[in-house]
Design a protein around this ligand. Structure first.
Ligand SMILES: *Cc1c(COP(=O)(O)O)cnc(C)c1O
Length: 428
């Protein structure tokens, strides 16, 4: 059979029940798994056989859902994590340690920025942040001999800047390191970064993948394409024996298609234990079953709302890459031709104060730190998620003090526009 289309994968990939088995992914609510002999179990501990022994490392429900996400992204292996934060932390820490360096696009999620610039810095990993709009020369200058990866977001949260993935992939590959892309806002329905040269993809599944605000979670997907062996001296963790697993060398035993995720499972999940609960993985899968339908509607509603806002006299600016004339319109047409997701940001005339007054008047859009949900919601990042940042850091992250992030849901768009209109008119 030819390669299935993504809509079919959203429904069918990852779990194929056998004769008489449950049609829906079963929730394997068990911490441990039973074996007949110690030898059987010993093989699992030596990574000589694959199987389950303890849910802190792996659980079958999670693996069904992870394989679906791997299929959606076009990757070779994937793992679920307890949150998007854990996914991004693991994606870097799996290949970098104390004394290493990472190049990162400056327009990233506030939680990621804090994780990288504060917490991981304390672990001895240094990050250089570059503007997604930097010149090729500036990007080149950000690399150091100890650089181990490049990181960026397909659609930056909340700046909504579209990353030129091909350009960043080329720079990373010129330096013999992988490009890691947080694809949370685009989802594989709107963009598959591997098709543009990215090597590893991460997700906060908390957002569109779950889609209903029901479970925090994350995922890491490997394309299987990065040749760790070619740059073996940069990535000894993957290419030399792991003494904590009886000397297994991940690239040798699991190949390029399996090494990264196996190492992340065997070492990081074992030691940090940021596993997603099987219950949450089950809910995540319910969300994935309608991802393709929802992403179309989110994008369609958001474009209509962005157009409405950009014509409104009380709105000072609108950022939505699907709007003609937007700075990122050409990049959006290249990387996100099917839609640019449901998140729109804008400023109201009167700045920070007016933004807060406007949000109080909304009836349908609730004020939440959440985004990327079936239910429309909005946030003022400068007073919430990004409040740790200085004004300079805010500007570098593409977040102005008056920015309102509107996460357009899948309600009737005329109802949403009516709500925005009445709230804006109270500012007159
Ligand atoms: C929300 C978010 C994260 C963090 O995910 P959690 O599931 O909240 O831990 C990371 N990256 C992006 C782009 C996000 O939007």
């Amino acid at each position: 059979m030819k390669e299935l289309n993504i809509e079919t994968k959203c429904i069918q990939a990852g779990y194929v029940p056998g004769n008489g088995e449950p049609r829906q992914i079963p929730i394997i609510q068990s911490t441990t798994f039973k074996y007949d002999t110690s030898e059987d179990m010993g093989k699992l501990f030596d990574l000589e056989a694959s199987g389950y022994f303890y849910t802190r490392l792996q659980n079958p429900t999670n693996d069904f859902v992870a394989s679906k996400i791997a299929a959606l992204e076009g990757g070779t292996a994937a793992m679920l994590t307890s949150s998007g934060q854990a996914a991004n932390f693991y994606s870097i820490f799996n290949i970098a340690s104390c004394g290493d360096h990472i190049v990162c696009a400056s327009a990233v999620y506030g939680g990621t920025f804090n994780l990288f610039s504060v917490t991981m810095k304390r672990m001895g990993i240094e990050f250089t942040f570059v503007s997604p709009y930097c010149s090729d020369e500036e990007l080149e200058q950000a690399f150091k001999p100890n650089t181990k990866a490049v990181f960026g977001e397909t659609i930056a949260n909340p700046a909504l800047i579209v990353l030129d993935i091909e350009r960043f992939a080329k720079a990373a590959h010129n330096h013999g390191v992988p490009l890691i892309i947080d694809n949370t806002f685009a989802t594989p329905f709107l963009c598959r970064p591997f098709e543009f040269g990215a090597d590893i993809v991460t997700h906060s599944t908390t957002k569109y993948m779950d889609g209903h605000g029901s479970g925090v979670g994350g995922c890491i997907v490997d394309s299987g394409k990065f040749d760790w062996n070619k740059y073996a001296d940069k990535f000894p963790g993957l290419t030399t024996p792991d003494e904590s697993y009886h000397g297994v060398t991940y690239t040798e035993r699991f190949g390029l298609e399996g090494a990264f995720i196996t190492k992340a499972t065997a070492q990081l999940m074992r030691d940090f234990g940021s596993i997603q609960s099987p219950q949450n993985a089950y809910l995540l899968n319910l969300g994935l079953e309608s991802l393709h339908v929802r992403m179309e509607r989110h994008s369609e509603n958001a474009l209509k709302i962005a157009t409405f806002l950009s014509n409104h006299p009380l709105v000072s600016w609108v950022k939505y890459s699907g709007l003609k004339g937007d700075k990122d319109y050409d990049l959006a047409m290249k990387y996100l031709p099917k839609g640019q997701c449901g998140v729109v940001s804008f400023g109201v005339k009167g700045g920070r104060k007016a933004a807060e007054a406007f949000m109080k008047q909304l009836k349908l859009a609730s004020v939440e730190t959440h985004v990327a949900d079936a239910k429309t919601c909005c946030l003022h990042p400068a007073s919430a998620t990004h409040r740790q940042m200085s004004d300079d850091e805010l500007v570098a992250a593409g977040v102005s003090p008056d920015l309102i992030r509107l996460s357009v849901g899948i309600e009737n768009v005329d109802d949403l526009i009516c709500d925005l209109d009445q709230a804006l008119n109270t500012l007159k």
